[in-house]
Design a protein around this ligand. Structure first.
Ligand code: ADP
Length: 317
């Protein structure tokens, strides 16, 4: 289990991680989602003791990473896939890791198999590796100690479709074995397919900590897509009834507020033909974008609040 409490990291006057508290539990894949620069890598570095917190704390199984007796066997991590000496072969890199951590050499072939790197490829120097192959090697290295906790920063970055699918299935099966799997991504679409639980951050702050299912149910607002041969008339009618009406990317109006039946009845009562009436939900990508943007606005408001407290009301949304 990974537990962060009021975790904070400042670089000069920039706060990369801002009083972040969350728990990553075993037995499920936890997605760590946030736009680039949100503070995901910094948080992961803090968990792994590669950087020290300005305030607050983070533990793995109740201990600071540095106090774990056999860290590589407790926690496997992938932060920067390029952190391998280019002159060595992938096989030697892994064998070296195994030897220095008292792990049997046969584990090397096991992890190569898990990440889909053929042994013949692994015998080659990593200098010629593509980003995707480097990424597979990084994941293999994270798995070498058969750890209970996995921390992977953007693990599917640079992978082809097959690699993405392989990593996704691997993460799910590791979680199903009862391990703690913590993955970061800036892509909602990736998280949607992989994660059971979501921790969303923006500008270093916690925006959501919830199951994927709850995140979808709570945030995915219903709306209706409407098409009519008299679009302007319909728009004016709906707007007058208090509905939110916007042009939808697919053409037609996207209506927030009244449900499809209410819209249909209203149009009929005013003699307006309707050619399509489709109930829909905002995509998770839209929800995530809105959430990330609202964090930016929140921060802007906070900054403004310190300098112009009089204009406070106008900036609150
Ligand atoms: P993410 O992984 O979500 O893309 P990062 O954790 O890499 O975000 O970065 C969070 C913020 O902290 C960014 O604004 C970044 O510029 C800043 N940052 C990260 N590492 C350092 C560092 N070593 N020195 C100064 N600023 C940093």
């Amino acid at each position: 289990m990974i537990e962060a409490t009021e975790l904070t990291k400042r670089y000069g006057d920039r706060t990369a991680v801002d009083r972040l508290s969350f728990t990553v539990r075993p037995g499920r894949v936890t997605g760590f989602l946030g736009p680039n620069g949100a503070g995901k890598s910094t948080t992961m570095r803090l968990i792994l003791g590669l950087d020290s917190a300005s305030a607050g704390r983070v533990t793995v199984d109740g201990k600071a990473y540095g106090d774990l007796p056999r860290p590589l066997r407790a926690v496997g991590s992938l932060l920067d896939a390029k952190g391998v000496h280019g002159g060595r072969s992938a096989y030697h890199h892994l064998a070296g890791l195994a030897a220095s951590n008292g792990i049997p050499r046969r584990r090397v072939e096991e992890v190569l198999d898990l990440v889909g790197l053929p042994v013949a490829t692994a015998r080659k120097r990593t200098k010629g590796f593509s980003l995707g192959m480097g990424q597979r090697l990084g994941i293999a290295a994270a798995l070498i100690g058969d750890p209970e906790v996995l921390i992977l920063d953007e693990p599917v970055n640079g992978l082809d479709t097959e690699g993405i699918r392989l990593v996704r299935e691997l993460m799910k099966s590791l979680a199903a074995e009862g391990r703690t799997v913590f993955l970061s991504s800036h892509l909602m679409s990736e998280m949607e397919l992989t994660a059971d639980h979501l921790i969303v951050i923006g500008q270093g702050r916690l925006l959501a900590d919830t199951t994927m299912r709850d995140f979808i149910e709570t945030n995915s607002r219903a709306h209706t897509l409407v098409r009519s041969p008299e679009p302007e008339k319909l728009r004016a009618l709906l707007a007058a009834a208090g509905a939110g009406v916007r042009l939808d990317a697919r053409g037609g109006w996207r209506v927030d507020g009244p449900d499809a039946a209410t819209i249909g009845d209203l149009a009929r009562d005013h003699g307006i033909a309707v050619h399509e009436l489709t109930p829909a939900h905002s995509s998770l990508e839209e929800v995530y974008t809105t959430l990330s943007q609202s964090s930016v606005e929140y921060r802007a408001y906070r900054a403004e609040d310190r300098t112009h407290s009089a204009s406070r009301k106008e900036t609150v949304r």
